[in-house]
Design a protein around this ligand. Structure first.
Ligand SMILES: NC(=O)C1=CN([C@@H]2O[C@H](COP(=O)(O)OP(=O)(O)OC[C@H]3O[C@@H](n4cnc5c(N)ncnc54)[C@H](OP(=O)(O)O)[C@@H]3O)[C@@H](O)[C@H]2O)C=CC1
Ligand SMILES: CC(C)(CO)C(=O)C(=O)O
Length: 307
C-alpha cells in the first residue's frame, strides 16, 4: 500500500514508521523545516513497545513529486488543516483516500465538503507521543492504538486493505464498524480531559482530588453527549461512565497534550476542540455552560500560529 503522511509530527512520524516497518511504501509530505530535520536526523521511534528507525525515509515538500497514492494519513493539528487542503485535492486526483487522525470532529465535515464524502475515512488514535529536539518520536505510553473505519460504504475496501497491512504492525488496530460513534467518544473524552487540565493548569491527580473540580469534567462529558445526540450519534450514559473511569485511571501526574502545550507556551488546538463543540452546540440550540466556561478560561493562553 502506498501511504503519504501529511504532518510528520509525533503521530505522523510514529504511525508512518510503523506502517513502513509493516511493509508499506511510505512518503512524508512535509514543510521545509521538518524536511531539513528529517534529512539530518532521520525518523526514529523511541518506545517501550519497540524502538524503530526508518532508514532513508522518502520525503517530499511538493505534492507534484508524488505519482500515485492509496492512502493519506493526515496528522496535522486542527489549526493547520486548511493549509493541507490544496495538497489533499491533488492527492485525491492521484488515487488517495484520506484518513485524518486529528482529535475533534469539525475537520471531518470540512474535508468532506472539500474532497467529497467518499474520500474521507474516519480515524483517531490513542497514544501519548511527542517529538524530541532531534525530531525523533518519544512514545510515552504503553498504548498505541489506531482506530479507523468506513464513513461511507465505498471505503470498506481501503479500510480492509489497511487492516490487512497493519495486522502484523507493531501497533494496535481497530477497523471499526461504527467509527462515527468512536470519533464522538474520543471527542467527548478529550474535551473533558484537555479542558479541565488546561483550564486549571493541573494534572489529573489534583483535579480528581477536588470533587468540585472533577465535576466540571463530568459535566463536559454530559454536554458532549447532548451535542453528539443532536447530531444523531448515540453516545450513551454508559459511554460517559467508561470515559469517567478512564479519567479515574490516568496516573496522578498524567495530563493532556493541550495542557502540555499550554505549559510550553505553544499554539493550542482550542478553537478546533472546545471552540468546535461550542459552535456545534449553538447550531442546534443546546446550552453548554461548562464547555463555554472552560473555553473562555483557556482562551487567554492561546498564542498565534506563525508557521
Ligand atoms: N501527540 C499525541 O500523543 C496525540 C495527538 N493527537 C492528535 O493528533 C493530531 C496531530 O498531533 P501531533 O502529532 O501531536 O502534532 P505535531 O505538532 O507533533 O505534528 C503536526 C505536524 O504537522 C505538520 N504540518 C502542519 N502543516 C503542514 C502542512 N501544510 N504540510 C505538511 N505538514 C504540516 C507540522 O510540521 P512543521 O514542523 O512544518 O510545523 C508538524 O510536524 C492533533 O489533532 C492531536 O490532537 C491525538 C492523540 C494523541
Ligand atoms: C488523551 C490522549 C493522550 C489520548 O491519545 C490525547 O489524545 C491527548 O492528550 O491529546
Amino acid at each position: 500500500m502506498k501511504i503519504v503522511v501529511i504532518g510528520a509530527g509525533a503521530l505522523g512520524a510514529y504511525f508512518g514508521a510503523r506502517f513502513e516497518e509493516a511493509g508499506a511504501d511510505v512518503t512524508f509530505l512535509v514543510r521545509e523545516n521538518r524536511a531539513k530535520q528529517i534529512q539530518d536526523n532521520g525518523v526514529t521511534i523511541n518506545s517501550a513497545t519497540g524502538n524503530y528507525t526508518f532508514n532513508d525515509p522518502k520525503i517530499v515538500t511538493d505534492v507534484a513529486e508524488i505519482d500515485s497514492v492509496d492512502l493519506v494519513f493526515l496528522s496535522v493539528k486542527g489549526y493547520h488543516l486548511e493549509g493541507t487542503l490544496e495538497s489533499l485535492k491533488e492527492l485525491k486526483k492521484k488515487g488517495a483516500h484520506v484518513l485524518p487522525v486529528l482529535n475533534g470532529i469539525e475537520h471531518i465535515s470540512i474535508l468532506q465538503a472539500e474532497l467529497g464524502k467518499d474520500f474521507v475515512i474516519g480515524g483517531l488514535s490513542f497514544i501519548m507521543a511527542t517529538l524530541n529536539d532531534h525530531g525523533h518520536v518519544e512514545h510515552n505510553s504503553n498504548f498505541h492504538q489506531l482506530v479507523f473505519g468506513a464513513l461511507e460504504p465505498t471505503q470498506t475496501i481501503i479500510c480492509n486493505q489497511l487492516e490487512e497491512l497493519t495486522s502484523n504492525a507493531n501497533i494496535d488496530v481497530v477497523n471499526s464498524k461504527d467509527i462515527l460513534h468512536e470519533l464522538w467518544k474520543k471527542y467527548m473524552f478529550i474535551n473533558a480531559f484537555s479542558g479541565i487540565t488546561t483550564a486549571t493548569n493541573l494534572a489529573i491527580g489534583p483535579v480528581r482530588s477536588n470533587p468540585a473540580t472533577f465535576r466540571i469534567a463530568e459535566m463536559i462529558l454530559q454536554e458532549m453527549k447532548y451535542i453528539s445526540n443532536a447530531y444523531h450519534v448515540h453516545v450513551t450514559d454508559k459511554d460517559i461512565e467508561v470515559a469517567k473511569s478512564q479519567l479515574m485511571n490516568i496516573p496522578e501526574e498524567g495530563t493532556s497534550s493541550m495542557h502540555q502545550d499550554r505549559r510550553k507556551g505553544l499554539v493550542l488546538e482550542l478553537e478546533h476542540l472546545h471552540g468546535g463543540a461550542v459552535r456545534l452546540a449553538k447550531a442546534k440550540g443546546i446550552d453548554v455552560p461548562y464547555l463555554e466556561a472552560v473555553y473562555g478560561m483557556i482562551k487567554p493562553f492561546e498564542v498565534p500560529d506563525n508557521t
